[in-house]
Write a protein that binds this ligand. Structure first.
Ligand code: GLC
Ligand code: GLC
Length: 817
């Protein structure tokens, strides 16, 4: 069952019915003003921080699921009938419906009673506002007299407080209505210097700014009193719930079209210029008025939309591929790259599964996300790295998250995740490989955001590495702390109190439980740090890193190998987790992926053995589950992982984030067929045809697909904001297609299915464009031994960095096995 189709040429996903199994969403904005928008115009907007600067209100976990949005109503004044052109909130049957989610915009078109409507929503580059470009056409053979009503509900800025603190909030709401523009200015009179506005290009027949007047008592958005009556009440909000609604009358001759523009925006005034006149309480509108005026005329809107499209051409143009597989192509060329930009912008904060209230930017998450977007926006990646590093603790450890608005770390969702510091090394390594910007290592960066504590970024990486060396357990493996990558493997928590957070509660001193996963990560990151140190003129340090990683490898062989796979961890009683001696949770995915990626077992066959064990015990047709057998009961010594019912999340769900580790590992051992097969199992485009099983959007990866122990095996959850985005992108582009950035150049080392005859990729890299044609005449899975560069033979498979040339560089690579 499908609910739409891809339009690759326009880089759009076309949803052809409004009642998708779940809201299928898109993001607007890519700089400082953002919005979420569903296929029925649901969602909300915010400035920079979804929690602290929320512009419009949203009702979570509602029924219907998706409620609150950028709504419009069309009313036929001859019949008094009204409907929503985006289906929600009236859910009137539409004769035609189509939603096109594109790169940074969404267009919803529909037809009802021969009145056609189309709305395109987007955020112009460089602005802190969103545009709704609406057009309506009369397809009847007689004139149509219509009323158009807009509707948004303002949030009183702090989304958490807005949803809880009613004793205050019901009395603070304030608005101004001037020249048809609705200004939302709650708390502007005191400490805020920002306000929101909602403007319309037409002369208004009326407006409403008090929600409950617009809706009427005991009514909802499916039948607002104003729309039913065909007449706004010109209400002015004092307290309660400030709302924005314009009423416009539209008369259309047969065949006539009318375009109407709405602008919803955010604006700041300097603290000393808030009011006009200065001694009044009226918003000073001098600087906002020209911005509003600019976009209420159609021309600038079209130009802004074209600029947005061009920006995406540039961003996506960094890596384009034509391969024999349409699903891989559209993920690489369009959607996976796009999803990586969304995770860059949002981290894990605002989606239809993340409320925008709960989490800031994760230390571990943000570093991993770099893998997926560094090639598109290297300058912003640099800034992100420096921001993250500045929150690092002096001990080398990390705050688990920081807030984007303040850029300060906090322990709100726990601390002491002993894997965290290593991701900074891997993030910086990815940045250096992409850009060659070695200067970043010398940048002075604070610790714990403390002025005066500045040290070169390089020192931060050193402390990250040493952090583990200072926290070694009884077997010589790294202590796990609160948890490692798996937030839910809480070996020191021992929680028996309902409602206690597994992330912030610790009842053991944490000196026993160890992680084989962190051991693998330490080896991987340590090898990168050695390479970086060498380049940075610290060859002694490089040697020390390699000596320590070699030592750790030995420990892994001795205490981390179970015979057929890598053990996962040791618990607080020093008993193995993820071993054949366990009753449940005998084998875990993470340590297999991480140890093989670190190069452990590649020489002696252990890597292959571990990967075959994964294939045998963990692989399902919907992806690879996290562990087996699933935990059938709660184990106090393991924490949250065993709190989930079998088959969900970390308890044997298909946690898509770590599937790429296995795929990379398969690529490293040269198994192109299996690598690509695993990749395809979780590729949302390849799963489009099973839309009623998968249920989430077919154009973006989900965090989790229900594992085989769940009754809903194959059902996806938590789409969009997941480390899966970056890891799958990195895996397909750099390991399967194999065009891999390295410190000194671009490596061409594809590991592909034997049946592929080849593929062609275009890659922009350090000032040059490479057109790389990979040929596979003998049906191999790997093995580029030499390259033809502009017709000349080059030994090996690395394209060295060269000065920028105006012409693309033509490269031919042949797989020889
Ligand atoms: C979530 C977290 C990530 C963690 C993973 C596994 O995706 O954002 O940090 O590694 O879950 O628990
Ligand atoms: C919960 C989730 C996990 C997430 C974590 C973030 O444990 O299950 O996936 O990473 O919260 O704190």
């Amino acid at each position: 069952m499908q609910y739409g189709h891809f339009d690759d040429q326009h880089r759009e996903y076309v949803i052809t019915r409004p009642d998708t199994p779940l809201p299928w969403i898109n993001y607007l904005g890519c700089e400082s003003y953002f919005g979420l928008i569903s296929n029925t115009a649901g969602g909300y907007s915010f400035y920079r921080d979804a929690r602290l600067r929320r512009l419009t209100r949203y009702r979570y976990n509602n029924a219907p699921f998706d409620f609150g949005g950028r709504y419009l109503y069309i009313r036929d004044n001859d019949t008094d009938k009204f409907w929503s052109p985006s289906w929600q909130p009236t859910r009137t049957k539409l004769d035609k419906y189509e939603c096109r989610h594109g790169m940074g915009y969404t267009t919803i078109s529909s037809s009802c009673g021969k009145i056609e409507a189309q709305t395109t929503y987007f955020v112009p580059l460089g602005e802190t506002l969103e545009i709704w470009k609406f057009s309506v056409t009369n397809r009847r053979n007689k004139p149509a007299k219509l009323s158009l009503f807009s509707s948004i509900e303002f949030c009183l800025w702090d989304a958490q407080d807005d949803a809880t603190n009613f004793q205050r909030n019901f009395s603070t709401g304030q608005v101004e209505i001037v020249d048809g523009v609705i200004y939302h200015k709650t708390e502007y009179r005191e400490r805020r210097n920002h306000f929101a506005y909602f403007a319309c290009s037409e002369k208004l027949a009326g407006f409403d700014t008090q929600r409950d007047t617009f809706l009427g008592a005991y009514r909802s958005w499916d039948n607002p009193a104003a729309v039913e009556a065909g007449k706004s009440f010109n209400s002015v909000a004092h307290g309660w719930a400030p709302h924005g609604s314009h009423h416009v009358k539209v008369s259309l001759k047969p065949g006539e079209t009318k375009e109407i523009i709405f602008v919803l925006g955010y604006h700041e005034n300097p603290a000393d210029k808030k009011f006009d006149p200065p001694d009044s309480q009226t918003i000073n509108k001098q600087t906002v008025k020209p911005v509003i005026a600019k976009y209420l005329g159609g021309q600038n809107v079209t130009a802004a939309f074209d600029a947005l499209r061009q920006n995406w051409d540039t961003l996506l143009g960094v890596y384009q591929v034509q391969s024999p597989d349409v699903h891989a192509d559209r993920m690489v060329n369009i959607w996976n790259a796009y999803q990586c930009m969304a995770t860059f912008n949002m981290s894990r904060s605002a989606s239809f599964y993340e409320s925008g209230i709960g989490r800031g930017l994760g230390f571990r998450d943000s570093n991993q996300d770099l893998l997926g977007f560094v090639q598109m926006v290297p300058a912003r990646a640099r800034e992100r790295i420096l921001d993250i590093a500045a929150t690092q603790l002096k001990s080398g450890g990390a705050f688990h998250q920081y807030q984007p608005l303040t850029k300060r770390g906090n322990n709100d969702i726990g601390s002491g995740f002993n894997d965290d510091p290593h991701w900074l090394i891997l993030g910086v390594a990815a940045y250096l490989k992409e850009t060659g910007d070695w200067g970043i290592l010398a940048e002075p960066v604070q610790f714990e955001n403390e002025p005066g504590s500045e040290q070169p970024l390089y020192e931060h990486l050193r402390r990250s590495f040493n952090y583990t060396l200072e926290r070694i357990g009884p077997h010589g493996l790294p202590l796990i702390g609160r948890a490692d990558w798996n937030d839910c493997l809480n070996l020191n928590c021992f929680s028996d109190t309902p409602g206690q957070s597994f992330q912030t509660t610790t009842n053991k001193d944490g000196k026993v439980a160890e992680s084989v996963f962190i051991a693998g990560l330490f080896v991987l990151a340590g090898k990168e740090l050695a390479a970086i140190a060498k380049k940075f003129g610290q060859s002694k340090e490089a040697e020390r890193c390699l000596a320590e990683t070699a030592k750790m490898e030995k420990v892994i062989y001795q205490h981390g190998w179970d015979g057929e796979w890598f053990i996962r961890a040791y618990d607080d009683f020093s008993k193995p987790i993820g071993s054949k001696v366990c009753k449940e949770g005998k084998i875990f995915i993470e340590s297999q992926g991480m140890c093989v990626m670190a190069g452990i077992g590649l020489k002696d066959g252990k890597a292959k053995l571990a990967l075959d064990s994964v294939n045998k015990h963990l692989a399902t047709k919907h992806g690879i589950v996290l562990q087996q057998p699933a935990f059938t009961k709660y184990y106090i010594s393991m924490g949250e992982i065993s709190s989930y019912p079998p088959g969900y999340k970390e308890n044997a769900g298909i946690f898509c984030h770590n599937n790429p580790w296995i795929i990379i590992s398969e690529a490293m051992v040269g198994n192109g067929d299996r690598a690509f097969d695993y990749y395809t199992r979780i590729n949302p485009s390849a799963r489009e045809k099973i839309g009623d099983v998968h249920r989430c959007e077919p154009y973006v990866f989900a965090q989790m697909i229900a594992g085989k122990d769940a009754p809903t095996h194959g059902e996806a959850k938590n789409s969009w904001l997941t480390g899966t985005a970056a890891w799958t992108y990195y895996t397909i582009t750099q390991w399967i297609l194999g065009i891999r950035t390295d410190y000194d150049g671009l490596r061409v080392d594809p590991v592909i299915p034997a049946k592929w005859k080849g593929f062609t990729a275009t890659r922009r890299f350090r000032g040059n464009t490479y057109i790389i044609e990979v040929q596979n005449p003998k049906g191999k899975q790997r093995g580029v031994k030499k390259l033809l560069v502009n017709g000349k033979e080059l030994a090996g498979n690395v394209l060295p960095v060269r000065p920028p040339q105006s012409q693309p560089i033509q490269v031919v690579a042949v797989l020889e096995g």
